[in-house]
Design a protein around this ligand. Sequence first.
Ligand code: FAD
Ligand code: SF4
Length: 510
Amino acid sequence: MVSPRLVLVLGDQLSHSLSALTKADKATDIVVMAEVMAEGSYVRHHPQKIALVLSAMRHFAEELQEQGWQVRYSRLDDPENSQSIAGELLRRASETGATEVLATQPGEWRLIAALEEMPLSVTLRPDDRFLCSEAEFQDWAKGRKQLRMEWFYREMRRKTGLLMEGDDPAGGQWNFDHDNRKPAKPNMFRPRPPRFDPDDVTAEVLDLVEAKFSGHFGRLRPFGWAVTRKEARKALTHFIAHALPSFGEEQDAMLKDDPTLSHALISPYLNLGLLGWREVCEAAEAAWKTGKAPLNAVEGFIRQIIGWREFIRGVYFLEGPDYTARNALGAARALPPLFWGAKTQMSCLSAAVGQTRDMAYAHHIQRLMVTGNFAMLAGIDPAEVHEWYLAVYADAFEWVEAPNTIGMSQFADGGVVGSKPYAASGAYIDRMSDYCGNCAYKVKDKTGPKACPFNLLYWDFLIRHRERFQSNPRMAQMYRTWDRVEDARRKTVLAEAAAFLSRLEAGEAV
Ligand code: FAD
Ligand code: SF4
């Protein structure tokens, strides 16, 4: 008798078209799925994120069984559970006599290494749920002095034909951002993303997560994430009908009482495999073709998926396993407690962190221009910042989180993802949000007891890294502005920034 193969399905590989499943034989092979403490706690994931992954895994395992697969599923509270992926594969191998494992390449170097080191014959198949393979990205990147998302994105448009009219981009432009990115006003009629009531499977998972991970940062309940493909499709349909039309204009706006604005909230579903990039982009394109959403919104949205998302993944695999340890700016300060919900007087940070604690979600500009901007300006160790982002968001998986954090938001990769740091003073936050109105600090104050900390830290950051950035053509103007400021004022700004950083380090509620 032929011994069965084990087919590994990880928690973010919940797609029926998964390359390992399509190469496996339902009649003889055995699917292995495992909830393990090692994955739940190697960073202190947000309880909602853990519950989402576990519940989606349990539902997916049920679907596989209904389709006739044999599934060996390890529950977190199973006393026999060895609590690691490799341990569970070995346990299932000894139970079944299997010596071979068929897997789809994990989206994290750590897990790839763990599988490659196993004393079983492991075949890793490429993860073909992406538009651009690793090899294709490497080809594209070869010989380029700088990797720029915009050029990559155009190739992906040509490759897919999305929003193309022959060889030309629809509407005559590749990018409609000049029509996008406006501030938003509170609007009580703006549709909220749908929430899904926990079924029995999710309810059981919520109790388990409550019992095992109560010390992790973040509120577990109310829990309203979609946990099946069917529900994720409903979330997508709702977004396309109600929020996509205003997605572009409101993309960069932030409002304290509207944490989601016109965002899709579909990243967890894409990253778990419940939705695929193609169906999402085709639904958006169809909305434009049928006159239900304007081109600026649809182009902006499609660019996030086939542009940014694919580019970011390409960078993760191109740059290699040491990427998460990069620290080009030599930042060494510890992550302050305010990131874990300790009191802060800064209304923007309080809103972004509070929403993260309650929902395991913040939108891109909150991540980039509030928490990320603050961490970079304050010189916080990027490894700690990376660990925070990996832990606190429902959509965080290393292949997508790390280049966004280490690269885009902290400039710790020295300029692989972005050509200049996303550094901004309080004026940007004030323009794009309603946070400053009720802040203890004054955004217009550049110095003095009420000066907005972003204003102080912005200059402190630029001066700290003058040598690196002053010849960057996109930053030279800022240095010229600084040089025109009178000497005494410059000294005051830097002294006040230093005093603020000392208070931050001392654990004061700044
Ligand atoms: P929308 O604003 O509605 O955008 C639509 C989709 O586009 C998203 O669902 C997402 O799949 C994709 N997308 C948009 N921007 C990016 C991007 N920069 N990189 C990859 N995909 C993108 N995204 C994650 O999926 N996981 C992460 O762990 C993650 N960490 C981040 C950390 C930092 C510091 C920053 C600045 C960004 C991070 N992002 C991450 C990117 C982005 O913030 C989220 O994808 C987005 O906020 C998800 O919410 P949404 O579905 O409402 O997105
Ligand atoms: Fe944030 Fe400064 Fe505005 Fe306060 S004043 S909300 S710290 S940008």
